[in-house]
Ligand binder design. Structure first.
Ligand code: NAD
Ligand code: GLY
Length: 354
């Protein structure tokens, strides 16, 4: 079993192993004790994996296990689901010593994590990620949130999980396009800071063959970043590579372009721009574009620069007249650049033209 420890305001482990889902109870009890457990999931994931998790928790001695299931999809990550979940926890008699298990992708993890942060001023929660994105990113690092009509993730809290239990076999049931979206986040780590990961991805055919190693490498990268900057005031912003421009594309498409696809387009645009400006070697840019395409991810868009720019500016990374952009200077070498917001338009124009 692979174990990575996060050293943030609280310390916790990420355990990765194929088949681990049936040992969720046994692995969690040493962390939480035999307390009351709520399993939060979405309908798709719960119907696939809920029974195995619940029976593992029962077998390990958890008491009064109940489940709270939301409809799948981003539409469920809202204040209404949040209110229903905390009401459910209160009505069902959960106390501060009990624990919430988040079984699902980033939507379930963010919602269950935010409810756990707020209920009784904070109860423990354990992440059981079931999408590639959740395994390599959202389940680790303690960002929790829900969406409001004014934007995604605008209401949230930092609340670290007590444990993350990752079973890569659950990724076998993911729709291929959801797996590909997770690969955008994986490739992102390669461009930010991890040359061996980038080279492994470039050298291997099907990433599923090395998925346990790939998840481990990404989680180690995230552990290092979160350990340095838990509250996102500095280097953690590197994880936003491709997100500012991607956010523009995603909202222009009214979210028909999936998040991972938009991140891929955003990474491609900003890297092409960096190459055109002489900041990033052209061959590194070409390697990135090739890797994205090989993983069934888009590298261009039909939207115009001005439109993308306008939508990008609602990005949370903006501070008044300046914005922090993540600009690749080569494989495994992305840097934070604070610039006037108008500069984003230059990057988009360059990235679309070249
Ligand atoms: P998701 O949770 O909506 O899952 C995508 C789809 O896959 C859903 O329909 C789900 O039911 C289905 N699914 C999940 N696991 C499955 C499995 N094993 N087999 C079959 N189907 C499965 O989406 P996501 O991409 O995992 O997460 C996106 C969310 O994560 C966004 O809300 C985003 O804001 C958030 N996020 C948070 C962080 C963070 O640090 N907290 C980081 C990145 C993204
Ligand atoms: N996914 C971005 C972060 O955790 O900071």
């Amino acid at each position: 079993m692979k174990k990575i420890t996060i050293e943030a305001s609280s310390e916790y482990d990420i355990l990765i192993e194929k088949g681990l889902l049936d040992r969720v109870g046994e692995l969690s009890v040493p962390v939480t004790g035999k307390v009351k457990a709520a399993v939060v999931s979405d309908d798709t994931v719960f119907s696939l994996y809920g029974e195995r998790v619940v029976s593992s928790l029962e077998g390990a001695g958890y008491t009064g296990i109940t489940s709270f299931v939301i409809p799948h999809g981003e539409e469920s990550k809202n204040l209404d689901s949040f209110t229903r979940l905390i009401t459910y926890l209160a009505e069902t008699g959960y106390t501060r010593s009990d624990v919430v298990f988040a079984l699902g992708g980033g939507v379930v993890g963010d919602l269950a994590g935010f409810a756990s942060a707020c209920f009784l001023r904070g109860i423990r929660f354990i992440q059981i990620p079931t999408t590639l994105l959740a395994c390599v990113d959202s389940s680790v690092g303690g960002k929790t949130a829900v969406d409001i009509p004014m934007g995604k993730n605008l209401v949230g809290a930092f609340h670290q999980p007590s444990l993350v239990l990752c079973d890569p076999t659950v990724l076998d049931t993911l729709p291929p396009e959801t797996f590909a979206c997770g690969m955008a986040e994986v490739i992102k780590y390669g461009m930010i800071c991890d040359r061996p990961l980038f080279e492994l991805l470039a050298a291997s055919g099907d990433p599923r063959e090395n998925i346990e190693t790939i998840i481990e490498m990404c989680v180690k990268d995230k552990a290092a970043i979160v350990g340095e900057d838990e509250f996102d005031t500095g280097m953690r912003q590197l994880l936003n590579l491709g997100h500012t421009i991607g956010h523009g594309v995603e909202s222009l498409s009214d979210f028909s372009v999936m998040h991972g696809e938009a991140v891929a387009i955003g990474m491609a645009i900003i890297t092409r721009a960096a190459a055109a400006m002489g900041l990033c070697p052209t061959e590194d840019c070409q390697s990135l574009l090739g890797l994205l395409r090989r993983n069934a991810l888009p590298t261009s868009t039909e939207y115009g620069a001005e439109d993308i720019y306008r939508k990008s500016l609602s990005d949370k990374k903006r501070k008044g007249g300046t914005i922090t952009l993540v600009v690749p200077h080569g494989i495994a070498d992305s840097r934070l650049i604070s610039c006037p917001v108008e500069t984003v338009l230059d990057y988009i124009k360059q990235g679309l033209q070249s």
